[in-house]
Write a protein that binds this ligand. Sequence first.
Ligand SMILES: *Cc1c(COP(=O)(O)O)cnc(C)c1O
Length: 434
Amino acid sequence: MRDIVPVPPSIVQNRHAEVRELFNQFVVPTYGRFDLALSHGVGSHVWDVTGKRYLDLGGGIAVCSLGHANDEITQALVEQSRRLVHVSNLYYQEPQGRLAQSLVGHLAPGKVFFCNSGAEANEGLYKLARKFGHDEGRFEILTAINSFHGRTLGGISATGQDKVKKGFDPLVPGFRHIPFNDLQAVRDALSPATVAILIEGIQGEGGITPATVDYLLGLRALCDEKRMLLLLDGVQCGHFRTGRFQSYQRILEGLPGAADFRVDGLSMAKSLGGGFPIGAFWVRDQAHGVELCNVLGPGTHGTTFGGTPLASAVALKIMEVIERDHLADHVRKTGDWLSTELQRWVIQYPDVIRNARGIGFMQGVELQDRESIRAFADIDKAPSLQMVNRLHEAGLLTIPSGTNVVRFLPALNLPQSQLAEGLALFERTIQEVR
Ligand SMILES: *Cc1c(COP(=O)(O)O)cnc(C)c1O
């Protein structure tokens, strides 16, 4: 007699379930995760634990600036970690100084403070603004509706979206929100306590909305007139993502005087470390007759890990590769082509795609509402999530932004041929769901 042995479940499926179960049991459930367990990557491709390959057009939310498992980043990590990983900010060390020099060189005369994340970089800007206005009793910072500035208590207070604040009051006082790209709204909102305005050059979480030329120029003039600081959150839209180091440099390009345009403070993180955690803020040398870059003096601000030799060496290597390989030009050219393709979709598939926006490697398509898309209508889930899930099935990683926008935030070295493959998969999916 033969025993009937049940077929064992596939090992890869076990691993997927096992990884997910670890999260269910042991990780605080603050994220609505997609049902993918990723295991390794190369360049702009990643594999999940079942062995399925995906083209990553989300770049870990604009973080993996040189893609996955980049050899030169690995080498920088190994070499620096053999020499010195951490010493604290009680001492000088060359990598942090060199990185600050490089960042200042891409902006304008000023200084840099290093931290570990975008939210923390913005916290530094809030403290800069408060210290700057302190002796005049000014403390209030205006930020935009639909902005995103991070998840610390200060970050959610600054963020112009109710969903991040809900359940966490009392919030940090001193923030008010105004409609984005509306100069009159800023003027109307000013109070004697207003000391700064903070905006993203391109709103990311809010649905990929670039600041207009008039808005940027108007804010600068208003800040000059009222002795306020113009602060830019470049955490997502910065680091060459637009084809220039910072989004405002690209947005204002070609205008007379554009090269002289300055913001007073600017936050960075995401792409800066290519996946190794590092954040920073830059502050201008002089503003309103004050040495702004020295307003935060000894003892006023700090962090244990900010700008370790290891993080700084990695970020420096990334800067070096971006310059050596002319990745800003690559992003500009490839991003312009991406814009053209997305605009074609708006015309060709108006029943699915309502609009397309963005610059360079920070672009998004706005989907029609769920009811209008045949395959989405029955499921009570935002169209952006449904589309991103479908794209996973097709082998493509993208990032939802709000309920209707699907974002592209790929590695800066993504070849155009791979982007074309990704867009072909996306287009086929659009044709399937309409
Ligand atoms: C991601 C993001 C932040 C927060 O960065 P963390 O590293 O998550 O703290 C802040 N501002 C913008 C514009 C972002 O996209």
